[in-house]
Design a protein around this ligand. Structure first.
Ligand code: ADP
Length: 430
């Protein structure tokens, strides 16, 4: 029997014990009245505490305002502690859920949780951006209502998720997304969305590069093979033979130049950061001037401008290669009688090496693509001038490795200016 019940019975018995002598010695009605009054007092006491409990249970607060009287105090105390523990547990659980959601938001991959019927339960902000969802309004919606691409719908229906699905994003056309579907908690699904645009681009660049190299080498190789066949099959006189041999040598030189430029490019790409040797700019510019005069063979005026101050810190070999390409291009794309001007100046912000010519110039639409491998404005002209299409790619890479920027200004028919701008920490001796 519970303590409360025993207590109630004892109090009733106490009332009876007090009421009995009164009824016996005084008057019966007085005894009954006293007994009833005792019971009523008990009931009142319990009703009052009961009312308190009811009030509190409608809006339970854990501020200590729940106080009971007598035996109710123990009950209220236990209830209060229980409510407090429950609240603490909920708060801990909320915190854990909050952390999980924050972790989901911090993921660089998109995540969408779907229920058994492929309705959206949750998505992080990355997925919202990738798929154009808005979780506030889209929660509970079937995913196929929002991602309607037929290949995605088929993938979801097929339910074979051993391979990811690659989608080109509808929203920002050049984004490529890789979607993985993972089963969890029975037949629920977790969508993991990776942005593979960069990898896709690199893949495409690699394929284009291989195709370009093959194409560039195949042309001179075909010419060479043609001449060889002719020489093997047909009797030709001495002069004709010499002419063929000269053309064959020209083609093999062209292949050699391409291979040499490819090797330079790959060695720059895979090399560790350039050394910090001091490159004597006066010497370097003098060498470049001599090279320019050699290439020009008297067809151009070569001018050098410099206040003779400051040298460069970096790899001499890479800088010679970069500047040499700019000078060779200036001579190559400037008709006879033109001027090629080399300049080197430094100030507090850094240094600038520039090559300016009065040549054919470049249409502005080509300028952003000039440093791409094998990009040429005029393929035939470049080839005739002995170009490989790799010169400016080498320039860009070498300059990048020296934290320098390539600035290109050009006007068709008037000439071009290619400037390499180096930051102050690359300049020595000023
Ligand atoms: P290429 O070996 O064909 O010269 P580059 O990468 O050095 O290759 O240059 C890419 C293209 O940029 C060239 O084919 C040419 O069309 C253009 N170009 C480069 N330098 C100049 C210049 N100084 N004047 C005009 N066009 C230039």
């Amino acid at each position: 029997m519970s303590a409360q019940l025993i207590r109630g019975l004892l109090l009733a018995l106490l009332s009876a014990l007090v009421a009995l002598p009164v009824g016996y010695f005084f008057a019966e009605w007085a005894g009954w009245s006293l007994f009833c009054a005792g019971l009523c007092w008990q009931m009142l006491f319990h009703f009052r505490n009961f009312a308190r409990l009811e009030r509190w249970s409608k809006a339970p607060v854990v501020d200590g305002s729940l106080e009971g009287e007598g035996s109710w105090d123990g009950i209220f105390g236990r209830l209060y502690r229980h409510e407090k523990d429950l609240r603490e547990q909920i708060a801990r659980r909320d915190e854990e859920i909050g952390m999980l959601i924050a972790a989901g938001q911090a993921l660089t991959d998109g995540v969408v949780l779907l229920d058994q019927n492929n309705h959206i339960v949750y998505s992080n902000t990355t997925a919202e951006t990738q798929l154009g969802l808005a979780i506030r309004t889209d929660r509970g919606q079937p995913i196929v209502n929002l991602l309607r691409r037929p290949e995605f719908v088929a993938y979801l229906q097929e339910a074979d998720f051993s391979r990811p699905l690659t989608l080109r994003s509808d929203r920002s056309g050049d984004r490529v997304l890789s979607i993985y579907l993972i089963r969890y908690a029975g037949n629920r699904r977790l969508m993991q969305i990776k942005d593979v645009t960069q990898t896709d681009l690199l893949d495409r660049m690699r394929r284009d590069f291989v195709a370009n190299v093959s194409h560039e080498l195949r042309t001179p190789l075909t010419v060479l093979a043609g001449f060889l066949e002719t020489l093997q099959e047909i009797e030709v006189d001495h002069d004709e033979r010499q002419r063929y041999l000269a053309m064959m040598s020209e083609q093999s030189k062209r292949m050699e130049n391409i291979v040499q430029d490819l090797l330079t490019l790959s060695s720059i790409e895979s090399a560790p950061p350039p050394e910090n040797d001091i490159v004597d700019m006066a010497n370097l510019i003098d060498k470049l001037r001599r090279d320019a005069e050699g290439l020009s063979a008297g067809r151009h005026t070569i001018v050098v401008e410099s206040d003779g101050r400051g040298d460069l810190r970096g790899s001499e070999q890479e800088l010679v290669s970069a500047f040499g390409n700019l000078v060779a291009n200036a001579v190559r794309y400037t008709p006879s009688g033109g001027t090629v001007r080399l300049s080197w100046y430094t100030n507090a912000q850094g240094g600038e090496f520039a090559v300016q010519d009065t040549g054919i110039g470049i249409d502005p639409k080509h300028i952003p693509r000039l440093t791409e491998r094998f990009y040429r404005v005029d393929r035939g002209r470049s080839r005739d001038a002995g170009g490989t299409g790799l010169g400016l790619a080498i320039v860009k890479h070498s300059l990048n490795r020296h934290q320098a920027l390539l600035d290109i200004k050009s006007k068709p028919g008037l000439g071009s200016r290619f400037a390499a701008r180096f930051p102050a920490n690359r300049i020595a001796g000023v």
